[in-house]
Design a protein around this ligand. Structure first.
Ligand code: 5GP
Ligand code: ZN
Length: 113
């Protein structure tokens, strides 16, 4: 998906602040952080969003959450963080390449806006 922003970030064609990378997943700092930790955890394979995910994406969805948990432990924010998939325009999803937000390092209100 050459016109996809996150595919371009994963390919190194758009610069990003890398937090973690393995064979399946790339994680980087959100450009407009909403908390002291705001990291995006992205599958390397292009999937538009959770609504388009299928059973073959089950493992990568789990991997994204486990990578977020690892980063949360490394950053010592395990007293409160959130992992969020925004799904669809009404949720605020603006980039249509599946990504998990890891948000933490401050008190988080519930319910979210
Ligand atoms: P969404 O609104 O789709 O759930 O989340 C997209 C996120 O990507 C937003 O939090 C936004 O700040 C972030 N973002 C958009 N463009 C870029 C970019 O070029 N670089 C980085 N690092 N983050 C971006
Ligand atoms: Zn993509």
């Amino acid at each position: 998906m050459p016109d996809c922003l996150f595919c371009r970030i994963i390919a190194g064609k758009v610069p990003s602040k890398k937090v973690y990378e393995d064979e399946y997943v790339y994680a980087f700092e959100d450009i407009r952080p909403t908390a002291p930790t705001h990291v995006l955890v992205v599958p390397k394979r292009h999937v538009p969003g959770l609504n388009e995910a299928t059973a073959q994406d089950a493992e990568i969805i789990g991997r994204c959450n486990l990578v977020a948990a690892k980063i949360g432990r490394e950053r010592n924010i395990v007293d409160g963080y959130r992992t969020v998939f925004n799904v669809g325009p009404r949720s605020g999803q603006s980039v249509f390449h599946l990504h998990l937000h890891l948000v933490g390092g401050r008190d988080l209100a519930w319910p979210p806006g």
